[in-house]
Design a protein around this ligand. Structure first.
Ligand SMILES: NC(=O)c1ccc[n+]([C@@H]2O[C@H](COP(=O)([O-])OP(=O)(O)OC[C@H]3O[C@@H](n4cnc5c(N)ncnc54)[C@H](OP(=O)(O)O)[C@@H]3O)[C@@H](O)[C@H]2O)c1
Length: 216
């Protein structure tokens, strides 16, 4: 399986403001991301991103795609609202809610009744390693991880990311409570950090940079 992590951040490394505004990158970058989405089998995000942004995670730019990748939501307690854009569109676009044994069986049933598939793995938190093994068995070949910071940490730490794409927008937002590209507990020493190899850079929209890194 090939796994790409894509995110947009401010120059100071924030993926959203303290008020959870995450509309960071340009229209040009959105077009790039939607093209990228159309090339993968699955798009993965964490439940906080769904709760904050209520995204639909479909392919819309430059033109609406007839083939949308499966949306995969990491949601330990099956908190996803039944009226969220993801659940409301799950009859049209394939959807997987990855949850744990801790989630309410009643809520799981309600999600399934809305045509979304539920995968249960892990106790308190979704066992992402097992989830990827299950997805591989289901014939997923290419997955795009689209955040947020907590999910980014979990997948990076597991060593399953092949490629990292980061758009740096020419803006500084600050805020100690604003989410950064990678959250989690982090490493104690730089020497333990995840090593990246720069494979390409693009300057778009005059001031915006896209960095492409290979991890393995
Ligand atoms: N600029 C960008 O490119 C971009 C992209 C995406 C999101 N964002 C922004 O990022 C913010 C959300 O990021 P976030 O870091 O707060 O949350 P997140 O990564 O979207 O979701 C984290 C949540 O996922 C659940 N989870 C379950 N199993 C997990 C596991 N094994 N590892 C990690 N998380 C697990 C946990 O909640 P439960 O325990 O309840 O399940 C956890 O709190 C939003 O403001 C959004 O707008 C920005």
């Amino acid at each position: 399986m090939y796994v790409i992590l894509n995110a947009a951040m401010s120059v100071d490394g924030k993926i959203s403001t303290k008020n959870n505004d995450s509309s960071i990158s340009s229209k040009m970058d959105l077009i790039r991301v939607h093209k990228l989405r159309s090339s993968v089998d699955g798009i993965m995000v964490g439940i906080s991103t769904v709760l904050m942004d209520n995204p639909i995670l479909s392919v819309r730019f430059p033109t609406r795609s007839t083939k949308n990748p499966t949306r995969i939501i990491i949601d330990s307690n099956a908190r996803i609202p039944l009226d969220s854009n993801i659940i409301r569109s799950s009859k049209k676009i394939q959807t997987i809610i990855a949850t744990t044994h801790h989630a309410s069986p009643r809520k799981i049933k309600q999600i399934q009744n809305k045509a979304a598939q539920v995968i249960v793995t892990g106790n308190r938190k979704v066992n992402i390693k097992k989830l990827f093994q299950i997805l591989e068995k289901m014939s997923f070949k290419k997955i795009l991880v689209e955040g947020g910071g907590e999910i980014n940490w979990s997948v990076l730490k597991l060593g399953i990311i092949n490629e990292l794409m980061v758009t740096i927008s020419p803006v500084v937002v600050g805020g100690r409570d604003a989410k950064t590209l990678v959250e989690g507990v982090g490493f104690e020493n730089i020497s333990n950090g995840i090593k990246l190899k720069l494979s390409n850079t693009i300057i778009q929209n005059k001031n915006e940079i896209v960095l492409f890194y290979k991890l393995r």
